[in-house]
Design a protein around this ligand. Sequence first.
Ligand SMILES: Nc1ncnc2c1ncn2[C@@H]1O[C@H](COP(=O)(O)OP(=O)(O)OP(=O)(O)O)[C@@H](O)[C@H]1O
Length: 404
Amino acid sequence: MTDSVDDAELPFDDGASKQEKIEALQERLDVLEEQNEEMRDELLDANAENNKYQQKLERLSHENKKLKQSPLFVATVQELNDEGAIIKQHGNNQEALTEVTEEMHEDLEPGARVAVNNSLSVVKRLDDEADVRAKVMQVEQNPDVGYEDIGGLDEQLREVRETVEMPMENPELFDSVGIKPPSGVLLYGPPGTGKTMMAKAVAAQTDATFIKMAGSELVHKFIGEGAKLVRDLFQVARDHEPAVVFIDEIDAIASKRTDSKTSGDAEVQRTMMQLLSEMDGFDERGDIRIIAATNRFDMLDRAILRPGRFDRLIEVPKPDEVGREQIFEIHTRGMNLADDVDLGTLARETDELSGADVKAICTEAGMYAIRDDREEITMEDFRRAEKKLEQSDTDAGEVSKTFA
Ligand SMILES: Nc1ncnc2c1ncn2[C@@H]1O[C@H](COP(=O)(O)OP(=O)(O)OP(=O)(O)O)[C@@H](O)[C@H]1O
């Protein structure tokens, strides 16, 4: 810190005239005012920076808290009495008497589904079963995706068609040759490369219902119900034959066994066992095909890769330059492009990007044109969109590094 005003040395000698003293003091005042101004600017900048970090911190603390929250278990209320509620946990069928608050008591009735914490206190009432099914299962009668909407995956598409489409459309081919088509097909590769799209396209091509379930939702959101939801999934598929069942993020229910014996792990195991038994009891020539997808092939429990289960593995990599150009063409089909737009150049410049990234660039480029009140999208719009995507990837990387 600088000295206080009282301690500051006077900017003139004792013998100076009054006029000289006034001038010297005025000069000092000007300098101090200028310094004051500069410091105020710096303070404002620092405040703004501080605000930014504060917001980032709050967001991350919130996410952190969410991640740390222990999972809740699902139970059904059997009976309500003056002492509280008798609940039966899903999964292990254990019954317990637990206290409930007065407000909660009013909200409950026998048969209600509730979420309980580790000490079996009722935390909240849950939606009915039918709603849960609707949330974890996405059922689409006619997915609006065709093979022509998928770029750069010709070889993978050929394999998917051979293993999923052919047995559905021409089962007699397999009969006459005397081989069984693969039961399940596993697509593996980085996120956003078109795995879901391929499953939807093959369902659309075969006029099958597309039924999607995400492995992570099964085990993280609805603990105690995983195995039952898998049973439900196959029942829904039977009710909608022909059907393509798509299990996304299968690693969440079929990862290598861990040594820990927590109830969460046991629950995941039960869910996986249910899936395996559904697949084993399956008539391969039935009108239900199963496609699973994962970004974490290395994590998978080999049990699911045994013959008769997911025995056809198809790698879905990030697109190469030719693939990227095709994907740019697909996603710019309906766009009003200016003459200077060169998709080949864009494909060359976007090494390492996934199909989903390419789509994001096209959409963002369109947004730049809209913001500038133009109807045509220019090469410059695409370049800005590319930069923006790169920037958001860097920011995301930095945040995760800082708070790792
Ligand atoms: N090969 C591709 N051709 C055309 N569009 C693609 C391709 N890959 C991805 N996309 C675009 O990205 C979006 C997301 O792709 P999709 O959901 O199929 O990826 P995914 O591999 O299933 O990803 P995730 O592993 O994250 O579930 C698609 O809806 C599509 O618009």
